[in-house]
Design a binder for this molecule. Structure first.
Ligand SMILES: [Cu+2]
Length: 493
């Protein structure tokens, strides 16, 4: 076996493969983390001492060239790098999944007919039937009594992945639909709105019984005009999707972190508030049939990122996690469950192996060909940085979202005119939700050309989606007097 010295090794391309799963698990029990970038970087000197003394791994020491490669990585300031395009892990991936989800506009006529049959089947089931549309949609929030909120947290992606699996199983309970899969809506393709969504049974859903005081029997789900929806996805959701897919760590991909609220979770929230009044309300969003196609795409995007990062298994996924508390979260599998679903967080990470599901990505995927900005407010000093002179980030810091009943939009204004907006998705009574209360203070990030913000006075307006309760806007004092910041952005590219 050839084992040349690697002159410029990186974490993603080389170093993370230096440790076997057995080494990682074994050393973890002694408190030494070899499965993550931060763990290996922090303990690099110690690791180097052990491997160069040929003590590690016991009985199977590293070759001299491998030791030299590791030293090169240390000398070069521990570069993170990117995942290799050739799949080094192909050998560890087992049988291909049998549930293949396709783009909704790429279904054959027979597949559409079958999907309609499956939807009509679960819509026709009694509201007490666990496979009914009513029960499945109700897991998201109303009618309760258990409110399973998993948003703006690590479990946002895992919980929704388990949720889609549960919904797909319900569709498969309909006789003749045993092989149906849930299609996704590639909302990055804004050239047209899928025609199917405007037809029965996908256009709207009427509640067969009340789910809350505000949502009575007979309430019909509704959406904004198609032009409004497409514009929101094009201008608001897509830039954040592209940004997220270019990130190299779980934290930046997820996008709800110290670097700001911009990425997958931000795009998801904006997608909800731009689709319609029903989709904008966390309490009832899942009753709008579009919810399922929308969320299947978020799940696909997460999986696509996992594939590109070679992070499809639990251990390789952990190699992308950098924050200590997030790490602890993903390393305690026994504790992390996704109620009301049977899977655990750590089980849904490998979508293909554990949920037997994969995605057929769209024929004309634009994500990888378009250039996305990859800029931050700050980066570790080990990275050589350059400054983006064209764009800025305006951040509104410290909005107490518990004071706002339901989802809302923050509008950034120059001289009283809107120049940008950002949505936040939450229940009507956020103070009753544990996850919401734990993340009460939020920051909103706007990334825009400097030319758009210069030469005028900047301010913000907070507009609730449901104006009946509070009127058109919420006073800044009521939400804890948030502050406004502007900064230059940097990149290490
Ligand atoms: Cu959602």
């Amino acid at each position: 076996m050839t084992d040349p010295v690697i002159q410029n090794p990186t974490w993603y391309a080389d170093i993370r493969y230096f440790f076997s799963e057995i080494d990682i698990k074994h050393m973890r029990s002694f408190g030494l983390e070899l499965g993550t970038y931060e763990g290996v970087k922090t303990n690099a000197s110690n690791i180097y001492a052990q491997v160069s003394a040929k003590h590690m791994p016991p009985g199977d020491p590293w070759s001299d060239n491998k030791i030299k490669s590791f030293l090169n990585w240390m000398i070069n300031n521990y570069p993170m790098g990117t995942a290799p395009t050739t799949n080094l892990l192909a050998a560890t991936n087992t049988a291909p999944a049998t549930r293949i989800r396709k783009e909704v506009r790429e279904l054959s006529d027979a597949e559409v007919t079958n999907l309609i049959k499956a939807f009509k089947g679960i819509l026709g089931k009694d509201t007490s039937d666990p496979n009914s549309y009513f029960v499945q949609a109700g897991y998201h929030w109303f009618p309760g009594p258990n409110l399973y909120c998993q948003h703006h947290v690590n479990n946002y992606n895992p919980w929704h992945r388990a949720y889609l699996h549960s919904f797909e199983n319900a569709l498969r309970s309909v006789p003749g639909c045993e092989n149906v899969t849930l299609p996704y809506w590639d909302f990055g393709n804004t050239s047209e709105f899928p025609d199917l969504f405007t037809k029965e049974p996908f256009a709207s859903y009427t509640l067969p019984e009340a789910v809350s005081a505000n949502y009575q029997k007979g309430y019909a789900t509704s959406r904004f005009a198609v032009s409004h929806i497409l514009e929101g996805f094009k201008n608001q959701v897509q830039p954040q999707t592209l940004f997220a897919l270019k990130q190299k760590t779980w934290e930046l991909f997820n996008g709800f972190n110290a670097q700001g609220y911009y990425g997958i979770i931000g795009g998801h929230d904006d997608g909800h508030v731009t689709t319609g009044p029903t989709m904008a309300d966390q309490g009832v969003a899942a009753f709008d049939p579009i919810f399922w196609f929308f969320h299947a795409n978020w799940d696909r995007l997460w999986w696509k990122w996992q594939q590109e990062m070679q992070a499809t298994t639990l251990e390789t996924f952990i190699s992308t996690v950098t924050d200590a508390s997030n790490l602890a979260f993903f390393q305690v599998p026994a504790l992390e469950v996704l109620p009301p679903f049977e899977q655990k967080t750590t089980e849904v990470i490998d979508l293909a192996a554990n949920l037997d599901t994969d995605y057929q990505h769209p024929a004309s995927e634009t994500l990888t060909t378009e250039k996305a900005l990859r800029f931050f407010g700050s980066l570790p000093a080990t990275n050589a940085i350059s400054i983006d002179v064209d764009n800025t980030s305006v951040r509104v810091k410290g909005i107490n979202r518990l004071k706002i009943p339901g989802s809302f939009i923050v509008r950034l204004q120059k001289n009283g005119e809107d120049i940008a907006w950002k949505g936040f998705f939450q229940p009507a009574e956020p103070e009753t939700c544990t996850n919401c209360s734990a993340n009460a203070l939020i920051n909103m990030d706007f990334r825009l050309p400097i030319s758009k913000v210069e030469g005028g006075k900047l301010g913000i307006v907070i507009e609730p989606m449901d104006k009946e309760m509070t009127g058109d806007r919420i006073s800044l004092k009521a939400v804890g007097d948030p502050t406004i910041h502007a900064r230059l952005l940097v990149t290490d590219e």
